[in-house]
Structure formats: structure tokens, C-alpha cells
Ligand binder design. Structure first.
Ligand SMILES: Nc1ncnc2c1ncn2[C@@H]1O[C@H](COP(=O)(O)OP(=O)(O)O)[C@@H](O)[C@H]1O
Ligand SMILES: [Mg+2]
Length: 249
């Protein structure tokens, strides 16, 4: 059995139409997965359904032997899935250290939080240097790093990240990708990420899902997906910026 299993998930917002029409997929423990697909395909919506920000209208989401579909976000977090959303909100008027402590609030034990804080600081030396600095004074890349580090405070089994490189300069994006790779290699954290820079996403992840119109159209090893002419024709040309133009923000 896979660590995370979606079966025929159908979901939408409020009384609106189905955004996810039928999504089934398996995420194996320790794997790195990227979700690609055109704008509006439902990639973010799928992540939101997994973490409990949206209840499936139909279908099941099972994690680590537990049905999590329809559970509250804090319950999903407690089960071991951490989510860094697209807007990567850090608390701007809190210091780096305070942001990290907030990430550990579920631990409910100050000794545990302190221990975990030491560990995260050692994993992210730049954040240790910046510990007393207000989060809002850091660059976009550093804030994304902080958002990832904060997610690691509870030692999640799965780290889900929505468009980690969005709005970052290429160098800052590289650093974020290196960090995600390191969390996978050194800690065995299972990674499920959405990435609009398809080439980079396929380079980082071992396995790729292609989502389109609310359903999974293709999946496979990233290398095969990147070389598949059907996928190249349908999707990659339109959405594979090798170089990002945006500045860091
Ligand atoms: N909060 C929301 N309320 C209503 N519709 C939404 C909301 N968020 C996203 N949508 C709609 O869901 C569809 C898929 O969006 P999204 O999952 O963000 O796509 P992707 O991440 O693949 O670009 C879009 O048509 C979008 O307008
Ligand atoms: Mg999105």
C-alpha cells in the first residue's frame, strides 16, 4: 500500500463546478513527486483537498492507513502532512525564530519545540544567522526557505509544496530546489510538489503526474515524462520556461 492514496477524488469550491473531476494517484514513502499541468488544471486544488482545505465531494484520500479525506487541516498536519502553499506566507512581523516556533505549535511541549528548533537551525544555517531578524526584511528566496524550515518543525512524513520557485530569481530558485532535494535525500521526507517550471520540476523529482482538466492524464518516471512526445506536444512547449524572467520578490 502506498503512503498516500487518492481514489476517484472529485472536488470543487462551495457550490461551484467540479474542479477535480476524477483524480487517482499513489505516492510512495520516500519518493519525490512533481505535479505539472497547464494553468487552472487543478494542481493547487488537489493539494488543498489533500491537506483538508477542501472536502472531496466523492472519492477517498488515505494516508498512512488512515482516511484523511474531509478531515480538518490541523488533523491532517498532525497525521504528518505539511503544506507550504503558493503564497508561502511567513508571519512578516515576527522574527525568523518566532516563525519557526509557530511551526512547532502542534508539538505542545516547549522542550520538544526547543529541540526541534535546534535541529532545524542546524539544517538551515542561514536561518540561524537571521534568527532575530523580522521575516518581512528577508528576500523572497529566504522567506521561502523559512517557510520550508517552518514546515519541518513537526517532522512531517510528507512535505507538499505549491510552486516553490514562483517569483524567485533563478539563483534563489536553485537554492530552494537544492534544499527540497536535501530534505528528501538526507531525511527521507516524501516530497509532493507543484512546479510551473516544468524542466526544473522534472529534474528534481523522480516521478511526475500530469494533471489536466481536473484529472490525471499521465504519470511516470520524470525522465520518461520529459521525453514523451505526446506530453511535449500537449504541454511542455507551452509551459516549459527554461529561464525565468521574473525578478526576486
Ligand atoms: N478559492 C476558489 N474558489 C473558486 N474557484 C477556485 C478557487 N481556487 C481556484 N479556483 C478555480 O479552480 C480551477 C483550478 O485552479 P487551481 O487548482 O488553482 O489550478 P492550478 O493550480 O493547476 O493552476 C480554476 O478554474 C480556478 O479558477
Ligand atoms: Mg496553482
Amino acid at each position: 500500500m502506498a503512503l498516500l492514496e487518492l481514489r476517484s477524488v472529485r472536488a470543487g469550491y462551495g457550490v461551484g463546478p467540479d474542479i477535480l473531476t476524477d483524480v487517482s494517484l499513489d505516492v510512495e514513502a520516500g519518493g519525490t513527486y512533481v505535479v505539472i499541468g497547464p494553468n487552472g488544471a487543478g494542481k493547487s486544488t488537489m493539494l488543498k483537498a489533500i491537506v483538508g482545505l477542501l472536502a472531496p465531494r466523492e472519492g477517498t484520500i488515505e494516508f498512512d492507513g488512515q482516511m484523511i479525506g474531509g478531515k480538518r487541516p490541523d488533523q491532517v498536519l498532525e497525521a504528518g502532512i505539511c503544506f507550504v502553499p503558493q503564497d508561502r506566507t511567513v508571519f512578516p512581523e515576527m522574527t525568523v525564530r518566532e516563525n519557526l516556533v509557530m511551526g512547532g505549535y502542534l508539538l505542545r511541549d516547549s522542550a520538544k519545540v526547543a529541540k526541534r528548533l535546534d535541529w532545524v537551525m542546524s539544517m538551515f544555517p542561514i536561518l540561524e544567522e537571521r534568527a532575530p531578524q523580522l521575516a518581512q526584511t528577508m528576500s523572497g528566496g529566504e522567506q521561502q526557505l523559512l517557510a520550508l524550515a517552518r514546515a519541518m518543525m513537526i517532522e512531517p512524513k510528507v512535505l507538499m509544496v505549491d510552486e516553490p520557485s514562483l517569483g524567485l530569481a533563478p539563483q534563489a530558485a536553485d537554492q530552494i530546489f537544492d534544499t527540497i532535494r536535501r530534505l528528501s535525500d538526507e531525511l527521507g521526507v516524501t516530497i509532493l510538489m507543484v512546479e510551473q517550471n516544468v524542466r526544473r520540476g522534472l529534474d528534481l523529482a523522480d516521478h511526475a503526474f500530469v494533471l489536466d482538466l481536473g484529472t490525471k492524464r499521465f504519470e511516470g518516471p520524470s525522465k520518461e515524462i520529459g521525453e514523451d512526445p505526446r506530453i511535449r506536444d500537449l504541454y511542455l512547449g507551452a509551459m516549459a520556461p527554461d529561464v525565468q524572467e521574473e525578478g526576486e520578490g
